[in-house]
Design a binder for this molecule. Structure first.
Ligand code: F6P
Length: 540
């Protein structure tokens, strides 16, 4: 049973409120004049370094936030998460993404079954399949090996695998062209199919529920495209389509044989599924050995999160600082800016992870919460972002806390540039990253109000050695657990997403009317007039 305590009514919260008024009297410029500050306000976890010293905090803030977390039972909640207890209360399920990367001897039970052997068994199947495709042993219906893989999925069945594939492209097999189709906009699948050869293309239909309309429609379109070339009564569906799903029955109805279905499970949320078979396309691209390293990276961060003191716990502290910024300073947004072109899809992945998880207005008991929950998460890649929206970060009236993410070594694409050139450009990239956080924190006072920057704008810098599978795994688990920490303190359910259901259910009524003459269903006046305008103007 969940016992919900309003965090804002605790003495720890009140202490933090008092402490915040004190912090507001200080500036980052003053705070950063202390040379020891980084030592106290940074954490290193297995080579991944997080510098929190440019946040509007002191050591006392960290201690008070840790007191709050303790009072809200964060440690017990972490134990419950890892033990497979029902943490997703509205759907009566555990959230077992940490089990996806546990060693084989671990035991975690869901519905009285140890899930660890299931996960390892499924990893072996997906790895074996990935190797067949990589080794050209998986042939299309006309006997040619597969050279293109298209992941069809949306939300968690797209954003995580797409982000990971792009991040790890230097580790990918060049001979296999991986693509990702998510949108119901016909342009998405059309532009992709246009340059593909049906005889050598494999589709991964990636949908936990196997009922998501965009994915079902795109899967049907892909099947029709394949059958048009290869003929309807061939084995095309068996050779050119595999499914990744938790809903085997629905996949079988679509026409999949059990051996072409790879499992995810109802106890792993879509947005938490990047370390599961949902990343089959990534496994094919980078190979099982690299994917195992990604799992190792996740597991290292899982262990750090499970065993470290809150004040020394990177994901927990990131979550608590995010609460500090959101609830005590009232900052409504959070930006994530990777200084790595290969990592440019990480912010979109985090938008779903953070906002679908913690964009909630009721607590675990269904009562309206008494505080602000998830900030709006946004981002872009440095240095491009500096030349678009960073003006607002420096001088806008809204303060946006930022996570800068950078790597000491460059991503090494296989091309003809010399190591010197790559290093030189990489150092300019890093210099930009560090300069931005300094400018935001310290600002610069001039007599001209146009050129004066007030500074005092908080950021965290996360520095990894290089964007490799291990580090990517660490970063994935870091943010998963940051999100968990925030939900645990706010006492909300980070693992459901009821808010997105209403739009899905209205779409069929709207579609019925769009495709008929006049409107038959009940719509508000604005929606009815948009439908009428479409009916009048289509094909003009
Ligand atoms: O619409 C939201 C959502 O349910 C996400 O939570 C999920 O990641 C996405 O749709 C895709 O769902 P599925 O993997 O079941 O197709």
């Amino acid at each position: 049973m969940v016992i919900v305590v309003d965090p804002t009514q605790t003495s720890q919260w009140k202490e933090l409120e008092k402490h915040c008024s004190f912090i507001k009297e200080n500036s980052l410029q003053e705070l950063l004049s202390d040379a020891d500050r980084v030592r106290f306000l940074s954490i290193e976890a297995d080579n991944l370094f997080a510098d929190f010293s440019k946040q509007l905090i002191t050591e006392e803030t960290v201690n008070l936030l840790a007191d709050l977390a303790e009072h809200m039972n964060l440690n017990a909640k972490i134990d419950a998460l890892f033990a497979g207890e029902i943490v997703n209360t509205s759907e009566n399920r555990p959230a077992l993404h940490p089990a996806l990367r546990m060693p084989p001897e671990s035991i975690v039970e869901a519905k009285e079954q140890n899930v660890v052997p299931l996960i390892h068994g499924m990893n072996e199947r997906t790895f074996e399949f990935a190797m067949k495709v990589r080794n050209k042993k998986w042939l299309g219906a006309t006997g040619k090996p597969i050279t293109s893989v298209v992941n069809i999925g949306i939300g968690g069945s797209h954003l995580g695998p797409y982000m990971a594939y792009k991040a790890l492209q230097p580790y990918s097999l060049n001979e296999i062209d991986c693509r990702f189709v998510s949108n119901i906009d016909p342009t998405d699948i059309n532009t992709n199919l246009h340059s593909l050869d049906p005889e050598t293309t494999l589709f991964i239909i990636n949908s936990k529920s196997f009922t998501t309309s965009e994915t079902s429609m795109n899967a049907q379109t892909a099947l029709t495209w394949i059958e048009k070339t290869l003929g309807e009564n061939t084995n095309a569906i068996y050779q050119h389509f595999v499914a990744v799903t938790a809903n085997t029955k629905e996949a079988e109805k679509f026409g999949f044989k059990p051996e072409n279905i790879f499992s995810t499970w109802d106890w792993v949320g879509g947005r938490f599924s990047v370390s599961s078979s949902a990343s089959l396309a990534v496994m094919i691209a980078i190979g099982p050995d690299n994917f195992r390293k990604l799992l190792d990276g996740c597991q290292m961060m899982d262990e750090h999160f499970r065993t470290s003191e809150i004040t020394q716990n990177m994901p927990a502290l990131m979550g608590l600082i995010a609460i500090w910024n959101r609830n005590f300073f009232g900052f409504p947004n959070q930006a994530v800016i990777p200084y790595s072109k290969s990592f440019e899809h990480f912010p979109s992945y985090l938008e779903q992870l953070e906002m679908e998880s913690n964009g909630k207005n009721i607590d675990q008991e269904g009562n309206r919460v008494n505080l602000e929950t998830s900030p709006v998460v946004l981002g872009g890649v440095g240095t491009d972002a500096q030349h678009s929206f960073f003006q607002l970060f420096h001088q806008g009236t809204t303060i946006v806390p930022i996570d800068f993410i950078a790597f000491c070594d460059p991503t090494q694409p296989s091309n003809s540039l010399s190591q010197d050139t790559i290093r030189k450009q990489h150092e300019i990239l890093l210099a930009n990253c560090f300069a931005q956080s300094q400018a935001l924190a310290i600002g610069s006072k001039t007599d001209n109000p146009n050129t004066s920057l007030g500074g005092n704008r908080p950021s965290t810098t996360i520095l990894g050695d290089r964007l490799d599978p291990l580090t990517l795994g660490q970063l994935i688990a870091l943010y998963e657990h940051k999100v968990f920490t925030m939900g645990a303190v706010w006492q909300i359910n980070s693992f459901d997403q009821w808010g997105v259901e209403l739009g899905k259910s209205i779409v069929n009524d709207v579609l019925d009317d769009l495709t008929s003459a006049g409107t038959n269903k009940d719509h508000d006046s604005s929606t009815a007039s948009l439908i009428a305008r479409y009916q009048m103007r289509r094909n003009l």
